[in-house]
Design a protein. Structure first.
Length: 109
């Protein structure tokens, strides 16, 4: 995921601070393969790329769910076997640390 900034997208209404109303952080852009955004130095996950041979193809699937509240987001993610995590200041884990994440749908802990 990346955000558009004026220096990289000059004149765009979707760059941070542009448009009416303005986009405070810039347009949120999600990439399947993010190797091209390495140059921004804003990524925090490993970058990936894909080169297809002539005649080759790659298929991706996405699921979009309509929800009306944050509680429904959490519930929908949980039903899909995913988690929604809220990090608070000071809640940091190194990439090689083990962490246990609970769910509001489980017994209180």
């Amino acid at each position: 995921m990346d955000n558009w900034v004026k220096s990289e997208h000059p004149g765009s209404a979707w760059a941070a601070g542009g448009g009416t109303p303005g986009w405070p952080n810039g347009l949120d852009v999600f990439y399947i393969h993010s190797n091209q955004i390495k140059k921004t130095n804003r990524g925090y996950l490993p970058n990936t790329s894909l080169t297809l041979a002539a005649g080759a193809s790659k298929t991706y699937g996405f699921k979009f769910l309509k929800v009306a509240s944050h509680d429904e987001v959490q519930s929908s993610l949980y039903k899909q076997g995913l988690v929604d995590v809220t990090a608070v200041p000071g809640m940091m884990f190194a990439t090689d640390m083990t962490a246990k994440v609970g769910s509001p749908h489980e017994a209180k802990w």
